[in-house]
Design a protein around this ligand. Structure first.
Ligand SMILES: [Zn+2]
Length: 110
C-alpha cells in the first residue's frame, strides 16, 4: 500500500472527507490548523504541505487531526455522541459507537 493509499484509508476510518488535488496529492480539512492541508508523495514518501518534512501517513493524520485518545458519551436528548476532549456533539446511533471522534479525529477509548 502506498503512503497515499494508507493516508486515504486513515481519513476514511475517521470519516474525514478528502479529495484528489492532482495526481498523488490528497487534500482534507485540518481541525488542528483550521484550514485545508495537502499531502503529496515524493519519491514514494509522504510530505505535508504545511512545512513538515517526510512524515508517515499516521503522523500526517496526528498533526492535522489531533493526537491521542478521547472519551465519548452517549447523550440521549441529543440522540448522539459527546466528545469530552473537543466538547463536540454529533448525532449517531447508540449501538454504533464511532471508532474516531468526528471532530477532533482522536481514537475513541470508551
Ligand atoms: Zn473530539
Amino acid at each position: 500500500m502506498s503512503d497515499t493509499e494508507e493516508l486515504r484509508k486513515l481519513l476514511d476510518e475517521r470519516g474525514v472527507r478528502w479529495w484528489d488535488a492532482s495526481p498523488g496529492k490528497t487534500k482534507w480539512h485540518s481541525t488542528v490548523l483550521n484550514g485545508t492541508v495537502a499531502m503529496s508523495e515524493w519519491n514514494g514518501r509522504a510530505i505535508l504541505d504545511t512545512g513538515y518534512e517526510y512524515v508517515t501517513p499516521a503522523q500526517a493524520v496526528e498533526a492535522t487531526l489531533g493526537r491521542g485518545e478521547c472519551e465519548i458519551e452517549y447523550v440521549k436528548d441529543w440522540m448522539g455522541w459527546h466528545c469530552k476532549s473537543c466538547d463536540t456533539l454529533w448525532q449517531g446511533l447508540q449501538d454504533q459507537p464511532p471508532k474516531y471522534c468526528k471532530e477532533c479525529g482522536r481514537l475513541v477509548v470508551s
